[in-house]
Design a binder for this molecule. Structure first.
Ligand code: SF4
Length: 221
């Protein structure tokens, strides 16, 4: 398997060389606030980030609302760090910028349509690969429509997710929509551990199942 964390390092080194005047924009698909906590902390020095919350896989309405509100709350907390100058005290390479947010349509019917016939697949199987694709395809479309320089997803931070497949799908979607996909394996270098620390620090809601009703049933045994 390719070392996607190293591929991202190379791009970040280019960003550092280009400096403050050549900042690039990044549309960051986020699955939830806890997973995005580390990714935003890590990347916001090098990119102007807009979070794209598009998760039709969260099949229960109340759960969807809870997760999206938590995402918006965390972005506000991070942006307050920028407003108060706290970010500059923690990081000095680049000037801090605020993080934007786009909430995509909530369309669980698209997920159910995609999952037809795959309801019994275990987590990590074919249904999940198509679920990654559903979300990355929309992210690439929006990134292209709005002329972002890059797009990527927080999903590679999860030890439960297949980083290789996520990167393959992201790369393919990037080629299809002609926008650069930022490779990643955010769980590396203690990224996952840091996301748990940040979740504790900001008292984030951490769900105990992935998102769809099938994963909820699977987790509840
Ligand atoms: S378990 Fe998670 S990744 Fe897999 S289909 Fe359900 S919501 Fe999508």
């Amino acid at each position: 398997m390719k070392n996607y964390a190293k591929e991202l390092d190379k791009i970040i080194e280019e960003r550092k060389k280009d400096g403050e005047n050549e900042r690039k924009t990044l549309l960051l698909h986020s699955c939830c606030a806890p997973c995005s906590s580390y990714v935003m902390e890590y990347l916001r020095e090098y990119f102007d980030i807009t979070v794209f919350y598009y998760n039709p896989n969260i099949t229960e309405d109340a759960e969807y609302r809870r997760r999206v509100e938590e995402q918006k709350r965390l972005i506000k907390v991070y942006n307050r760090q920028v407003e108060t100058g706290m970010f500059e005290n923690m990081h000095s390479t680049f000037k801090a910028r605020k993080i934007g947010v786009i909430e995509g349509d909530y369309e669980p019917e698209c997920f159910y349509h995609m999952a037809k016939g795959l309801e019994r697949c275990p987590e990590g199987g074919e249904r999940c690969l198509r679920c990654y694709e559903l979300r990355l395809c929309k992210t690439a479309q929006v990134a292209a429509q709005r002329s972002f320089d890059y797009f990527t997803t927080t999903l590679t931070i999860s030890p439960m997710k297949n980083a290789e497949k996520l990167n393959e799908i992201g790369d393919r979607m990037g080629k299809e929509y002609e926008v650069s996909f930022l490779p990643s394996d955010f769980k590396k270098r203690d990224g996952y551990k840091r996301s748990i620390e940040l979740s504790g620090q900001f008292e984030l809601y951490r769900q105990n199942y992935c998102g769809c009703i099938y994963s909820k049933v699977e987790r509840s045994g």
